[in-house]
Design a protein around this ligand. Structure first.
Ligand code: ADE
Ligand code: ZN
Length: 322
């Protein structure tokens, strides 16, 4: 485990709201006067059995309602960085879901200020650099996505990229073409969740219509050999999340993940935690889980190197991270 923790790595698929541990959610609920329908920590912890993506999202969005102040967001970010500071993370590109916070009555600028403060402190305290990815919640009304983009355009340089997450099936990427075009014009990078529960055709859609530079999850790409060739030749990385895929029953067991198959075909794979407070482990636990199913240290080291290569940092900084 120590060797895996020491591999220098970037975390590229991490929902900051997915780092909200149940203990902190209850503490915030009390501090902020938010009523949750759980009488105890044990009762809440009993809810972490998921049958699919939606069953997880229901709890994830409910607990997000406990986050209310800039300090909550700063503390949430700092708790994440404290954990991964001992797991080899040198750089993190972090999703947040502003539409949900706005629906909860918060100001998106306040949310960003809290997160950015936590990220700034993490750089000073742990030397970890980071950037924010504004993620569109694909099953909320499209106008709410447009409205958060409109609210933060005047501070575009505080945002590294745009993403696309939440319930996938029925919400194909091309529905968001306009928002991704606008994001490109604002200088933001573009990534999208695709091929997690949805089919390989959604991955193609994200490449063709959103010009996604990375695909989040993307594991159903394995069903389309032509797509695998394209991902390899266009050097589009997949930000995979093994423990997430198992806990959301995208696969029955980790052995079924097509990572080696895709890697052998030249697809650039990196390993991430997605929503570590919900899926039983932070980034090093995901590496450890792969080592337990037979991935060698040198294969795992290549995933870590690929994570740094797939990040959006400049080449100068990239050299210092390895
Ligand atoms: N939001 C948080 N985690 C997610 C996941 N694994 N897939 C889609 N949306 C998400
Ligand atoms: Zn995700």
């Amino acid at each position: 485990m120590a060797a895996l923790e020491q591999l220098p790595k970037a975390e590229l698929h991490l929902h900051i709201e997915g780092t909200l541990e149940p203990e902190l959610a209850l503490e915030l609920a009390q501090r902020n006067g938010v009523a949750l329908p759980y009488a105890s920590l044990e009762e809440l912890k009993g809810k972490y059995q998921f049958t699919n993506l939606q069953s997880f999202l229901d709890l994830y969005y409910e607990l997000m309602g406990t986050l209310k102040t800039a300090q909550d967001f700063r503390d949430l970010a700092l708790a994440y960085f404290a954990k991964v500071s001992t797991q080899g993370v040198r750089h993190a590109e972090i999703f947040f879901d502003p539409q949900v916070h706005v629906a909860n009555g918060l100001d998106v600028n306040m949310v960003m200020d809290g997160l950015l403060e936590g990220m700034h402190i993490a750089k000073e305290r742990y030397g970890i650099t980071s950037g924010l990815i504004l993620s569109i919640v694909r099953d909320m009304p499209l106008e709410t996505a447009q409205s958060v983009i409109d609210s933060v355009k005047n501070r575009a340089s505080d945002i590294l990229g745009i993403g696309l997450d939440s319930a996938e099936v029925g919400y194909p990427p091309h529905l968001f073409t306009k928002q991704f075009q606008e994001a490109k014009a604002l200088g933001w990078h573009r990534v999208a969740h695709a091929g997690e529960e949805g089919p390989a055709s959604y991955v193609i859609d994200a490449l063709d219509n959103l010009h996604a530079e990375r695909i989040d999850h993307g594991i159903h790409s394995v069903t389309d050999p032509e797509l695998l060739k394209r991902l390899a030749s266009e050097r589009i990385p997949l930000t995979t999340c093994p423990l997430s895929n198992r806990r959301l029953q995208v696969v029955g067991s980790l052995d079924e993940l097509p990572l080696r198959n895709m890697m052998d075909q030249g697809v650039l794979i990196n390993v991430n935690s997605d929503d570590p407070a919900y899926f039983g482990g932070y980034i090093a636990d995901n590496y450890k889980a792969l080592s337990e199913i037979g991935f060698t240290l040198s294969e795992l080291a290549s995933f870590a190197e690929h994570s740094i290569d797939a990040s959006f940092i400049g080449d100068d900084q990239r050299r210092t991270l390895r």
